[in-house]
Design a protein around this ligand. Structure first.
Ligand code: ZN
Length: 168
């Protein structure tokens, strides 16, 4: 896939450590457009949207904000904890968006499996379908994230047998 010059410039910013130490792309050598397309496709295959996933993450962060620094039961077998740091962080995309420097940890009570995200992660997923690069600090694999959050999508028309069987 050919990237636009704007996308190439953005990729440079994301690879650099200008906004976060180590950058947003980790060891991922794929072009930015390809990373985004692959993750968006994974989300679509599950019958979900990036907005829906980000919405659930934002709800969990909001639940954790009630009691900063302590585990809060968020329902659905999840516990969440948030910590906040001073200052704001800007979105690397060329538009004015700033996020609080907040880290949310969520864990499944049964298994102890935990995931961590920042407010910026939520924004990047919801607005830019960007789950960050492989082996970057806050990379989220769409499938693993969807399973962890317990989200289920709309069955596709094909799965649900909505398409009429062609008559012979
Ligand atoms: Zn943005």
């Amino acid at each position: 896939m050919k990237q636009s010059p704007d996308m190439a410039r953005l990729e440079q910013v994301l690879r650099s450590g200008r906004i976060v130490r180590g950058g947003f792309l980790g060891t991922d050598r794929r072009p930015l457009a390809e990373i985004i397309e692959a993750d968006r496709a994974a989300v679509t295959r599950r019958g979900l949207t990036c907005e829906r996933i980000a919405g659930r993450m934002a709800e969990l962060t909001a639940a954790a904000m009630g009691r900063l620094g302590t585990w809060v039961d968020a329902g659905g077998g999840l516990q969440v904890r948030a910590e906040e740091h001073k200052g704001l962080i800007v979105c690397p995309w060329p538009h004015p968006a700033r996020c609080r420097k907040r880290i949310t940890t969520a864990r499944r009570s049964e298994t102890g499996q935990a995931l961590q995200w920042t407010d910026l992660s939520i924004h990047l997923i919801g607005k830019h379908a960007f789950f960050q690069g492989r082996e970057s600090a806050f990379r989220m694999e769409p499938d693993a994230l969807i399973d962890f959050l317990g989200l289920t999508g709309e069955a596709t028309a094909e799965d649900a047998g909505i398409w009429p069987t062609p008559k012979r």
